[in-house]
Design a protein around this ligand. Sequence first.
Ligand SMILES: Nc1ncnc2c1ncn2[C@@H]1O[C@H](COP(=O)(O)OP(=O)(O)OP(=O)(O)O)[C@@H](O)[C@H]1O
Length: 594
Amino acid sequence: MQSDVPGARVASPLERIRPFVRRYSFRLVGGLVALLIVDLLQLGIPRLVKRAVDLLSQGAASQTALAQSAFAIFALAVGIASCRFVWRYLILGFSRMVERDLRDDFFRHLLTLDRPFFQKKPVGAIMALATNDLAAVQLAGGMGVVACADAAIMGIAALACMAYISPQLTLIAVIPMPLLAVLTRVLSARLHRRFLKVQEQFSHLTEFARNTITNIRLLKAYTQEAPQAEVFGRLGRQYQQDNLRLARVHGTLFPISGLVGNTSLLLVIFFGGRLVVGSVITVGDFVAFISYLYLLTWPMMAVGWVANLFQRGLTSLGRLDEVMNAKPTLVDPPQPLAFPAGQTEITLRTLHFQYEGQEQPALAEVSCTIRAGEIVGLVGRSGSGKSTLCHLLARQYPVADGAIFLNGVDVNRLSLGSVRERVAYVPQDVLLFSDTVAANIGFGNPAASQEQIEGAAKICRIHEEILGFSEGYQTRIGERGVKLSGGQRQRIALARAILLDRPMLIIDDSLSAVDLETEQEIISGLADFLPGRTCLIVSHRIAPLRDAIRIMVLEEGRLLAQGNHAELLASSDFYRTMYHQQQMQSHREEELPL
Ligand SMILES: Nc1ncnc2c1ncn2[C@@H]1O[C@H](COP(=O)(O)OP(=O)(O)OP(=O)(O)O)[C@@H](O)[C@H]1O
């Protein structure tokens, strides 16, 4: 389930959970009623004890009267146990439902965010929010609510029962209590700060662990296990110290609450004893009063605990809110135009793009047209802006108005979904799931038949190799494809894009790990598949693109030259030099002794 507007900005973190509280108010109210009954029944026990003690002290206790008291106490105990089950079931269930909905909202909202957000927020920090912080909210919404309501009901009711026995003694018993209120107020701010620190440190720890495990192969190749373990240990020690600093705060609150309770007991024994001696109250009243004081001790102790739980919950809600309030940088126009019919033509008009925080533009004044059915190659030195152009065409970063047109319509006037669902994009970094080969190829097209999956694999020259795997297309490829070679991973990623069967195909240097000959074969094979589609292929090697209808040359973000291979060899010094350097390099590699 989700709130009406996922990720909508709210004035305070508490407002974030208000809709859920409303949604499950039946459980909450039912649970609180059961809790109230438990507390009221608990208050009955000292009254029964008083009656028995008075009968005994007056020498008027009969077997039947004592048995009646004992049975009544037993009946109350059964009632208390049953209602306790009910409140636990309802209120803890309530907190789990709030947690689930909050997690759902959080996840859905994450899916609306785009690259610029994920560039700034490490995955580990997001994982920490989705686990530790949500758990803190759940605890506050469950046991926090229970302890708070219980303390309030029991506190007020116990005080009322004590006042009924002796208002004078009750006033004496509450003398130390304001100290607790002041202390809780003072320590709450400290609790908040220290808990925030603990959660932030946990985020660092999670991110570090994720990064280490994700890059475990690199770590081993560079024999960095010991230094990594050292850093992890340091982060862990810092986390433990932050936790200890937090424990010192709520460790102060808890015993002081107990001390306040025991000081009240001391006062009651001293002054209450004198009231008994003066026959102002009976021995039974005295015993019952002390029993009520014990019942009051829990609410007093709970003040510290509740303050701690609520403070943690609020701090975590605030941290979750930071993400929930983040807005995607790319949004649909208010009234998107329908995607223009016909085969897709891409036009760039003085396209300029600069990454946040960078001094130089990644792309500057790039103008060109890629017609439907064309296979256009894109070459250039490392850092010349090739991937950036691919990102922009795949609508991963925002672009200025009037820079990119699809069939003559500015992309900013089209919905993001309508553009993205027409682009099959193969990023430079291969992204595979820990699943079977077939599931990876069919990821974007779960309805694809085995035949279609194999067809895409054949175009990418990987079909035969897959058949050679232990379980063919059903072979599991391990975490991010660890069981495959770099070239196999790249061809599987390409097959996944081919299977999407979309009008625009953007391949960002996704065959760099494949040998030259196979890359050439794949690109020539694509020509049969591509009629009517618009295709941009980035490659750091010129040779496989020689047959492309047109090659564009990027240098420092600018479009230096364009034309077919022969034209560029004749007209562009830059291209010719690059081509010859690559030729010489590949000859040198061929001549190297084995
Ligand atoms: N996410 C980013 N944030 C900031 N700057 C970036 C980002 N991605 C790329 N750049 C910068 O933009 C410029 C163009 O990078 P881009 O990745 O487009 O080059 P490229 O031609 O694809 O390089 P390569 O062939 O090495 O993949 C580079 O100077 C790079 O440092």
